[in-house]
Design a protein around this ligand. Structure first.
Ligand SMILES: O=C(CO)[C@@H](O)[C@H](O)COP(=O)(O)O
Ligand SMILES: [Fe+2]
Length: 220
């Protein structure tokens, strides 16, 4: 595997200057947009109207991470808005296969996320319905948390299942990704890396992206 994608999270950006903040990460593979509803997670960020504006000005495709209850009802609208990749949480979807198919039918890549304590095994048979599996490496809700190494065996099991079945599903990790932890996540089998503080916490976010990419690629 040679692909190593770095998707900065704008949760760590300056929300008053989002257009300028997006220009600072134009060498990223996508911009990760964290949508939180204060129900599925204890935090509130932004919703569809703001995502539509980000979509209009972003130099890179959007990777929407929906941390919202009732994903079956709300997620398709993000695909209709032209978001390239829409990720819902398995714990928030009544019918994840139907929802993944709806997202794809609307032209988006379908992603499904698992909280750190949610096992991957119940979902192995539906991986072919997905373009991306997001394994959360922190409890969703906030940026700036520490990477949970306890999730590494789950990443390894997901990678083994994906490689064993020959399906082309990306494995994304999100939370606490740094130049140090990206090495362990990449060795375990992840290939798409979300980084908020480790990108926007630096004076030169574009240079931070290049360092993360180099560290991830070297570990694959
Ligand atoms: O979804 C989330 C948090 O719930 C993430 O996307 C964070 O925004 C990542 O931030 P860092 O841990 O990289 O600072
Ligand atoms: Fe996220």
């Amino acid at each position: 595997m040679t692909e190593c994608c770095i998707n900065p999270s704008i949760l760590s950006a300056d929300f008053v200057n989002l257009e300028a903040e997006l220009k600072r990460i134009s060498n990223a593979d996508a911009v990760h947009v964290d949508v939180m509803d204060n129900h599925f997670v204890p935090n509130l960020t932004l919703g569809l109207p703001v995502v539509e504006r980000i979509q209009a000005v972003s130099p890179v495709p959007l990777d929407a991470h929906l941390m919202i209850a009732d994903a079956d009802r709300w997620a398709p609208a993000y695909a209709d808005a032209g978001v390239a990749s829409v990720t819902f949480h398995a714990e928030a979807a009544m019918a994840p296969i139907k929802l993944a198919r709806e997202l794809r039918a609307r032209g988006a890549k379908a992603g499904m996320a698992l909280r750190p304590a949610t096992p991957v095994e119940p979902y192995l048979d539906m991986l072919s319905e997905l373009d991306m599996l997001l394994i959360m490496t922190v409890e969703p809700g906030f940026g700036g948390q520490s990477f949970l190494d306890v999730t590494l065996p789950k990443i390894r099991r997901a990678r083994a299942a994906i490689d064993g079945s020959g399906i082309g599903v990306a494995i994304q990790v999100d939370g606490g990704v740094t130049e140090e932890t990206i090495v362990r996540a990449a060795e375990a089998g992840a290939n798409v890396f979300v980084a908020g503080s480790a990108v926007y916490g630096h004076a030169d976010p574009a240079a931070a992206i290049e360092r993360l990419r180099a560290a991830g690629l070297a570990a694959m």
